[in-house]
Ligand binder design. Structure first.
Ligand code: FMN
Length: 195
């Protein structure tokens, strides 16, 4: 059975650097036989709300966010994927607010049992990060996202994060014409499909 990969793209620029790279990653993964879904999370109804800290998800027996919107539907689907790939521009040394909103609402995908053990319906065996930034790797702040995701995978008992990063990004048209970046992104997608 082919590997199921979901890319959650959190750039509000429809044809920006992050979407271009994400589409190449999806192209590579698809070519390697994976079943790929790319979601532009910035267009989902409800994305602006973030987690409301209502804790209703923790009082319910379901792994369901209490907000009735497209983000909840997306979260419910995540347990069907082998790989979850977060794709984001670096905004002030971190994730875009839209992607952050999805990540925070993943609280609805955990519960603790009577023995204090964390339970989750997620069955993914791989978590990946795709990021683009205006500054260099050292200056951009991508390291803070990698650190954040390393805590995230520890928490969810997942393997280490795979990441693809492009720094010093400028005009989206330049990225679209960047043959080397395209090759690296397609190779990354293939790796995600085959690992
Ligand atoms: C609000 C905002 C904050 C940003 N913060 C950073 C930053 O902290 N570090 C960095 O290297 N680039 C930063 N950038 C630049 C973007 O990360 C970069 O242009 C990225 O490639 C944009 O991706 P996109 O084309 O998908 O929108 C910022 C851009 C915006 C709009």
């Amino acid at each position: 059975m082919s590997k199921k990969i979901i890319l959650l793209v959190g750039s509000p620029r429809r044809q920006g650097n992050t979407m271009t790279v994400s589409q190449w990653v999806a192209e590579g993964a698809t070519a390697a036989g994976a079943d790929v879904r790319l979601v532009d999370v910035t267009k989902l109804n409800g994305i602006g709300h973030g987690c409301l800290s209502c804790y209703r998800c923790q009082k319910s027996t379901e792994y369901r966010c209490s907000q009735k919107d497209e983000v909840t539907e997306l979260l419910l689907s995540l347990s069907g994927y082998d790989t979850i790939c977060f794709a984001t521009p670096v905004y002030f040394f971190s994730f875009s607010s839209q992607l952050r909103s999805v990540i925070d609402r993943m609280l609805s995908l955990i519960k603790y049992n009577g023995a204090g053990e964390m339970q989750t319906p997620l069955r993914c065996s791989q978590l990946a990060l795709v990021a683009t930034a205006g500054d260099t790797e050292e200056q951009s702040g991508v390291d803070s996202m990698r650190l954040s995701l390393s805590h995230f995978v520890d928490y969810f008992h997942l393997p280490a994060v795979e990441s693809l990063f492009f720094g010093s990004c400028d005009k989206p048209a330049d990225m679209r014409a960047n043959v080397e970046a395209r090759g690296q992104s397609i190779a990354f997608g293939k790796k995600l499909a085959m690992d």
